[in-house]
Design a protein around this ligand. Structure first.
Ligand code: FPP
Length: 245
């Protein structure tokens, strides 16, 4: 039987991935959790390159949640070091592939070394326009919504915005993701089927794809399977099947 192929006319415009299972992958091998994260960076590189090749315009990766700060210090430190070393190492790949890097989240909480490296890569890639790679770092969706509500309230308070004019665009424009389209597809690896405070507003009409593959094992073929599954679905956005035919 022929393998189904990807229709490049019907790609998700915004793919968001919850990269889960690094710890379990390492444990299965009798190694420390940080070994899983190190190998997770290989899956990050392959996924970024595969998405760029396919023509996906926006890829968002959940790299570090607000809750992840509660992990053992050694693990947090390793994740931050991996972030810095990966950014240094991957800058040429981002440039070669014309990929812009941005971040979402409360990045002021990150260590200086990570903030400095992120600022450099963000600046150097800011005019790239083939794909936007967004790293969610110290990110929590509820925190994002709270900060949007605060900013909107300030505008209402100083009369630069009327309360009755608040609409979906107002909220969108005050989220970290203001420059990105809504999420079309969420992939979560490792068999867990939950959202974990990720892009709660932005996934209103997203499709979900859960796979048992642990993140360090996630490869181009797994990405293609997820996209093929997405392309088989009928997205109705609340309408009937007949209306969208
Ligand atoms: C989830 O696995 C993964 C993370 C919390 C971190 C993701 C980080 C990377 C893939 C490496 C660095 C990233 C970049 C962008 C350079 P887990 O630790 O929750 O696994 P478990 O559920 O099996 O314990």
């Amino acid at each position: 039987m022929n393998q189904p192929t990807i229709n490049t006319e019907n790609l998700p415009k915004h793919l968001a991935i919850i990269m889960d299972g690094n710890g379990r992958w390492a444990k299965q091998k009798g190694m420390l959790r940080v070994f899983g994260h190190e190998n997770g960076t290989k899956a990050v590189r392959e996924t970024v390159e595969s998405c760029a090749r396919l023509g996906i315009a926006n890829l968002t990766l959940y790299a570090f949640s607000t809750e992840n700060w509660n992990r053992p210090k050694m693990e947090v430190d390793t994740l931050m070091k991996l972030l810095v070393s990966s950014l240094k190492k991957e800058l040429p790949t981002l440039q070669e592939n014309n990929i812009k890097l941005i971040t979402i989240g409360n990045t002021s909480q990150l260590p200086d070394s990570a903030r400095k490296q992120l600022a450099e890569v963000t600046e150097l890639t800011k005019t790239n326009n083939r794909m936007t790679l967004t790293l969610a770092l110290s990110y929590g969706s509820r925190e994002e919504i709270i900060s949007a509500v605060k900013a909107i309230s300030e505008k209402v308070k100083d009369n630069t915005l009327a309360a009755e004019d608040i609409n979906e665009s107002t909220i969108n424009n005050h989220l970290y993701t203001h420059s990105l389209p809504d999420v079309d597809l969420v992939i979560r690896t490792s068999g867990e089927q939950r959202i974990s405070n990720f892009l709660l507003w932005q996934i209103a009409y997203a499709e979900f794809y859960f796979t048992d593959v642990l993140w360090p094992d996630f490869r181009e073929k797994d990405l293609h399977e997820a996209i093929i599954s997405y392309q088989k679905r009928e997205r109705r956005f609340g309408k009937t099947s007949e209306q969208i035919q």
